[in-house]
Design a protein around this ligand. Structure first.
Ligand code: SF4
Length: 168
């Protein structure tokens, strides 16, 4: 089960191409200047099962998937179950937005397990002083677009630049 705020179909703002974005409730990061403070309270969402979320995802066969919020890593166990179902039943790629840094996520067993299923991670808190509206799919310049599988294999962060992202 995941506490969900909304599931948005065919969005183009949460990663390259058309995507189904799963917006969860619950975020502990409290970044000053957060664009979505109403998402912080996990009680603001409605609980959905993996099967119900999968029905939404499968209703759009051509869209890839983004986990966002809120912070999906705050509900890592629920998103892990969902990510496993996406891998099992589709060939969709998965992007994930989180306020945690990659180096923190790999220290936590549930978050590390979820990372195994993520193709690209946008990591780090939003920092108002580093805000840059020209960045692709990031709000501030401290946030990184990380190629997760390669980073886990190498044991260090492998970043994508805007050109890499646009060619995906
Ligand atoms: S991680 Fe994202 S949702 Fe959470 S407080 Fe920061 S900007 Fe807002």
């Amino acid at each position: 089960m995941i506490s969900i705020l909304d599931i948005v179909h065919d969005t183009m703002v949460d990663g390259p191409g058309f995507r189904t974005s799963v917006y969860c409730a619950g975020c502990p990061n409290a970044c000053p200047g957060c664009h979505n403070p109403q998402s912080w309270d996990i009680g603001a969402g409605h609980r959905m099962s993996t099967d119900d979320i999968m029905r939404e995802i499968l209703s759009d066969p051509f869209a890839n998937v983004t986990f966002t919020g809120g912070d999906p890593m705050f509900q890592a166990k629920g998103f892990l179950e969902l990510a496993r179902a996406i891998r099992r039943e589709t060939e969709k790629n998965i992007w994930c937005f989180t306020g945690y840094r990659f180096e923190q996520l790999v220290q936590n067993a549930d978050m590390r397990a979820l990372l195994e299923y993520i193709d690209v991670l946008i990591d780090g808190p939003f920092v108002m002083a580093l805000r840059d509206p020209d960045l692709l799919f990031r709000g501030s310049s401290n946030q990184r677009a990380i190629l997760v599988g390669e980073s886990l294999r190498q044991g260090s962060v492998v970043e994508l630049d805007d050109e890499d992202i646009l060619s995906m």
